[in-house]
Design a protein around this ligand. Sequence first.
Ligand SMILES: *[C@@H]1O[C@H](CO)[C@@H](O)[C@H](O)[C@H]1NC(C)=O
Ligand SMILES: *[C@@H]1O[C@H](CO)[C@@H](O)[C@H](O)[C@H]1NC(C)=O
Ligand SMILES: *[C@@H]1O[C@H](CO)[C@@H](O)[C@H](O)[C@H]1NC(C)=O
Ligand SMILES: *[C@@H]1O[C@H](CO)[C@@H](O)[C@H](O)[C@H]1NC(C)=O
Ligand SMILES: *[C@@H]1O[C@H](CO)[C@@H](O)[C@H](O)[C@H]1NC(C)=O
Length: 429
Amino acid sequence: MGENTQERADHGPCSQPRRLLGCSLFALFTLSLIYFIFYSSPSSFSSYVDLFDQFKTQRAAKNTSLPPPQAWLQCDYSDGKWVWDDSVTGPRYDSENCDMKSTEKCVINGKPDKGYLHWRWQPAGCNLSALDPAGFLRLVRGKRLAFVGDSTARNQAEALVCYLSTVARPETVHRYEERLGRKFWQWVFPAPHSVNVSTYWSPLLVRAEGHSEDYAMTQEAVILDSLTEPWTVDVDAMDIMVISVGHWFLRPGHVLRGRGGRRRLHRPDINKTDIGYLGVYRKVIRRTLEYINFNSTGDKLVAVATIAPGHFDTKHSWNHRDACSRTKPYEDGEAEVAAADAELRKVVLEEVAAAAARRQRWGVRFEALDVTRLATMRPDGHPGPYLFAHSYDWRPVPETVANDCLHWCAPGLVDTFNDMLAKMIVAGG
Ligand SMILES: *[C@@H]1O[C@H](CO)[C@@H](O)[C@H](O)[C@H]1NC(C)=O
Ligand SMILES: *[C@@H]1O[C@H](CO)[C@@H](O)[C@H](O)[C@H]1NC(C)=O
Ligand SMILES: *[C@@H]1O[C@H](CO)[C@@H](O)[C@H](O)[C@H]1NC(C)=O
Ligand SMILES: *[C@@H]1O[C@H](CO)[C@@H](O)[C@H](O)[C@H]1NC(C)=O
Ligand SMILES: *[C@@H]1O[C@H](CO)[C@@H](O)[C@H](O)[C@H]1NC(C)=O
């Protein structure tokens, strides 16, 4: 499969000039200039109410002396600051020879500022060391890691695979790109490691028809009750599962319940505290974690990433060369987590805690990979206009360009997500 096809199938919403309309829409959403509010009357979710009554009954009958949720982590990695680290002498790994989306290879693409490689996340109450690739492969020997969600899930998976590639050569065993809904990659680190890393394209986690399956369609129909996504079939074959979704819930669309009647949800007039996209997000996360809790066997770590916001500078349009041209993290107090991101983050924290409290087996752990704050502070971490090899080596960047101010350069701060993931895995023993 040629690079072109691959790029087209990739979904950096703003990496394709052709996708101008969808992209400007997306940028607008990201900028929160326009809110498309999704609405559904609570009755359309009655099946959930039934489901939860059922769960409550089941739960009462179970052994409730499981350890409290979130008790595994020794430290809160989510709060802290970025500090310049002089000991960093270069990129963690060489993305050139690595099987990853080329738009994230900022070093090769010639992003002129290299400062983004030097910042280290310093949690407030402890230290977070970089994961050690050889140690990590030992830790997860024989295990299957799966990254499920949108392109941010894949961004993180690729960063991990590339970093591990510095000590062991992976084989790319699956590379399905043909149909969006089936998009699935798998890398294998052969024996003695026997570690599999997969990515499942499922930007809404539940079944959806529309843009997430076919970019030619602008609308999305999200079918809330339908967990028929390819990842659900494989959930037993995942020892470590990272779920990363959020950005697609801000797109316009319909939300449908079950296989039955359609209900149009695009209602700009309604009260945002009503179900809105946040309500949809919550129900989907809840549904997903319940499915894993009740329908999977074996030991499992389920880490749900909180939203990592993009940084389209509101002073410019999304396709202006300075849409994300900052070269430094925000200073303390210079930027706060946006209210909309804080709400999305809160949904994940609450639903993960709820799933952990309803935990059915000792072997299953639910954790939040809480990256919202550390990502918010890093407007300098995106590829921006440097989307292809040697993008502008000898030329000035034109004023109007395709920009990616949503995904993260790799190597870059996305590696910190994996450092945190490694700590979670260790904490679980
Ligand atoms: C519940 O499980 C824990 C750990 O497996 C066990 O120590 C405890 O005795 C169990 N309690 C009941 C009531 O079964
Ligand atoms: C963090 O690292 C610094 C410098 O290496 C050290 O002085 C400090 O004790 C460490 N803190 C913790 C909580 O381990
Ligand atoms: C990893 O994937 C390969 C290829 O799909 C498969 O043959 C192997 O059994 C998998 N390993 C594990 C531990 O599941
Ligand atoms: C918005 O909806 C919430 C919950 O339904 C309600 O409590 C609140 O009063 C509403 N606010 C407005 C301005 O309508
Ligand atoms: C478990 O899986 C079955 C079959 O796919 C499905 O009908 C059921 O709703 C699932 N249970 C939960 C709690 O998701």
